[in-house]
Design a protein around this ligand. Structure first.
Ligand SMILES: [Fe+2]
Ligand SMILES: [Fe+2]
Length: 368
């Protein structure tokens, strides 16, 4: 029994749970991860293995195990999200059981099922004492992020360079802040004046998209790239005449058609920005397309589904648009918005991603 076995076990558990979010339970990648978990469990004395998540650390068979690195942290977060403090793998566990465990951990149904050879110990959600090191999200935090995004967006013009490094810093701050335990809903920018809505909306869609991406156990670079893409998803709106964009009354058909050009304008603009992830171009182009391939703009390959990152932003964009106060209606509560979105699960939104997002938001609302 050595650290390589522990590491391998943790890695394959995280991989299995991640794969089953995207593929069926019978997919080769899920089957392989389950087989590897099973074979590594066979190396434990008597086939017994206990994994515990204790204050952010992993304890494997009663020994603190800090060498699992990012996969260890991901496993801790996955267990935390399900309110699980301890997993006991007992002798006799089969590959089918392990795959069901992956699926239950990946699914948003809560709590996970029961298994003959896997025991789960639970912690009561909401009883944890506040972390003294938790990030502080206050008016100063909101003002600083708003100023940074406003400054970067101020550079958007066909004739100037977009400060990509500044945007990367903004996104890193978001990621660090919610990793340090900040409440997702409190991190969202408060509703501001109409003129600031462009920036607060970009900030909120970025924060929510990163939180959703993070909950899928995606790689850090991918989470960051999704954060940047989300921050820039509506950049094409800055290239639309202000008289149309900020028109207080009802838009004419022609004006509405102009606004609907913003995904194309945004993608064309971002494609020319050096040092920017290609994901940003794709998300700007696809964020008003829908999961069922309807929506706009109509593309040559319109039968193709949106990229997974665009599917994430379609969800978070819609959520933030509805929860923010607009002149013509009051803002809606998280529950009301999620209820409306649920009706479009499978048509506008990827059902699995929407389920996951719903759990995130319900948890954040309960903890607020
Ligand atoms: Fe948009
Ligand atoms: Fe948007």
């Amino acid at each position: 029994m050595n650290n390589a076995t522990f590491r391998g076990l943790i890695w394959n558990l995280v991989v299995g749970i991640s794969q089953v979010r995207f593929y069926s339970i019978g997919h080769e990648s899920v089957v392989v991860a389950a087989e590897r978990v099973l074979s590594l469990l066979g190396e434990f004395p008597d086939g017994l293995c206990t994994i515990m998540a204790v204050k952010g650390d992993l304890v494997v068979n009663n020994a603190l195990f800090r060498e699992a690195g990012i996969h260890g942290q991901k496993l801790v977060r996955l267990l935390d999200a399900k309110g699980i403090s301890r997993v006991d793998f007992l002798p006799g566990a089969g590959a089918g059981e392990i795959r069901s465990f992956f699926a239950d951990m990946a699914a948003t149904k809560d709590p996970p099922g029961r298994y003959a050879h896997i025991r789960l110990g639970r912690i009561e959600l909401g009883t944890a004492t506040p972390d003294a090191d938790a990030a502080v999200v206050d008016a100063a935090f909101h003002a600083e992020q708003l100023a940074r995004v406003q400054e970067a967006y101020g550079q958007v013009s066909p004739f100037r360079e977009l400060p990509v490094v500044g945007l990367e810093e903004v996104v890193s701050t978001f990621l660090l802040t919610f990793r340090r335990g900040a409440n997702l809903l409190q991190m969202l920018s408060p509703v501001k004046s109409h003129s600031e809505h462009t920036y607060t909306h970009a900030i909120n869609v970025s924060i929510l998209s990163m939180a959703l991406a993070e909950s899928l156990c995606l790689k850090d670079e991918t989470v960051q790239a999704i954060g940047i893409a989300a921050l820039l998803h509506d950049v094409g709106k800055l290239l639309i005449p202000k008289e149309i964009l900020h028109k207080p009354g009802k838009l004419s058909d022609e004006e509405f058609a102009t606004i609907k050009q913003h995904p194309l304008y945004g993608a064309a603009y971002l494609a020319r920005v050096e040092g920017l992830t290609r994901l940003a171009v794709l998300v700007a182009l696809e964020h008003h397309r829908k999961f069922d391939t309807s929506g706009y703009p109509v593309l040559r390959d319109s039968g193709r589904r949106q990229h997974a990152a665009s599917q994430i932003v379609t969800i978070t964009d819609f959520y933030d648009a509805l929860r923010s106060h607009r002149p013509y209606r009051r803002s809606l509560s998280t529950g009301e918005v999620l209820g409306i979105m649920q009706k479009e699960s499978g048509s506008a939104f990827n059902p699995g991603l929407l389920q996951r997002f719903t759990v995130l938001m319900v948890q954040a609302a309960a903890a607020e």
